[in-house]
Design a protein around this ligand. Structure first.
Ligand code: AFP
Length: 336
């Protein structure tokens, strides 16, 4: 798909918003602020090979992993871009243990923003695509004071918008506000996100599976059987499927969204809940997958139905083409 019309992200958001009677424009402004942060992060990611920015800060994040400078830079950038717009009552970031309050000097709004500032950051040094993921909810706490932990621990089904930015061979922002999935490519000359992928529907015929096969011995027996199924020969279902795995969720999911396929991060004996974080990674990607005609599940139920109990909880995750995710669910329940 190429750029078919000169539709900027800003104009698209406003036109989408005008379809909803009673919309105040707050969500549009919020998405606009997010796109500004994405442009700045994109510039920094592109500069990573040139300046002394790659490397570890020396700190550990809340998961005990070493934090890289760009992760923290993206985290700070998002907070700086989003804390003063007057649209948010609270934020949470994968890089911070607790919720992030809006400073007292700024107005408090009705929305909640959860984000993973730079996903796949262990790939930065190798110049591999990485991404930012975001998820937006309406506040559930009463009043117009600061937001609470309950505002951040909503099931994914309550999301009003979600999206990601992939910093790849070009920078793309993909979002949904509940009426389709739309992709915008950043034009570096104009500094504008231009509509390049309107109304993305993931292909129904799909043959890519994306999983870290190094964990094979630790998998659930049903999953081992499913991967064998992917590798069998069968013309009707286009098997054997093709294996593609970058190790960067946004990039793996984005490729599969456009080409058709499934991304898998299962539980395993070493990680009984899998690796990915429910509120920062699984929920927003699930919302996009479903809006694009796909499916997202923890193997047994829709990801969006899970009520989070902690900010950083993990979940097994299967997302992509509907038929492939359904097949995984079938194998997981058949073989224990
Ligand atoms: P990093 O941010 O540490 O690179 O982790 C990326 C990630 O959360 C997700 O983007 C990948 O899909 C997944 O982890 C890769 O995990 P494995 O290295 O275990 O395959």
């Amino acid at each position: 798909m190429g750029i078919t019309q000169f539709m900027t992200l800003g104009r698209h958001i406003i036109e989408e918003q005008s379809k909803y009677a009673g919309a105040t424009g707050e969500l549009s402004k919020l998405l606009h602020d997010l796109s500004l942060a994405a442009k700045v992060i994109s510039l920094e990611v592109n500069k990573a090979g040139l300046v002394d920015i790659i490397g570890y800060t020396g700190d550990n994040n809340v998961h005990g992993e070493q934090v890289k400078k760009l992760d923290m830079l993206a985290h700070d950038m998002l907070i700086k871009a989003m804390d003063h717009g007057g649209h948010l009552c609270v934020m949470a970031s994968e890089e911070e243990e607790d919720i992030i309050q809006i400073p007292h000097k700024f107005n408090i709004g009705k929305y909640v923003l959860l984000f993973d500032p730079l996903d796949g950051s262990s790939n930065i040094d190798a110049n591999i695509s990485i991404g930012t993921i975001f998820s937006i909810y309406r506040r559930v706490s009463k009043g117009d004071g600061p937001g609470t932990m309950d505002d951040c621990l909503q099931p994914g089904i309550n999301q009003v918008a979600a999206g990601y930015v992939v910093y790849g061979s070009s920078t793309m922002l993909v979002y949904t506000a509940g009426s389709g999935v739309h992709g915008f490519t950043l034009d570096p000359a104009f500094g504008e996100f231009l509509l390049s992928h309107p109304n993305i529907q993931t292909p129904r015929k799909s043959k890519i599976y994306s999983i870290n096969e190094g964990n094979y011995l630790y998998w659930h027996p049903g999953l081992k059987k499913y991967i064998k199924y992917c590798q069998e020969i069968d013309n009707e279902t286009m098997r054997p499927y093709t294996s593609r795995y970058i190790g960067s969720l946004v990039s793996d999911f984005h490729r599969n969204l456009l080409k058709g396929g499934v991304f898998l991060y299962p539980e395993n004996e070493k990680a009984p809940k899998g690796k990915l974080r429910l509120v920062y990674e699984c929920n927003p990607i699930a919302f996009i997958a479903i809006q694009a005609g796909g499916r997202a599940s923890d193997g047994y139920r829709s990801i969006l139905e899970i009520k989070p109990t902690t900010l950083h909880q993990r979940s097994p995750f299967y997302a992509g083409s509907d038929n492939m995710v359904k097949k995984i669910e079938e194998y997981l329940s058949l073989y224990h």
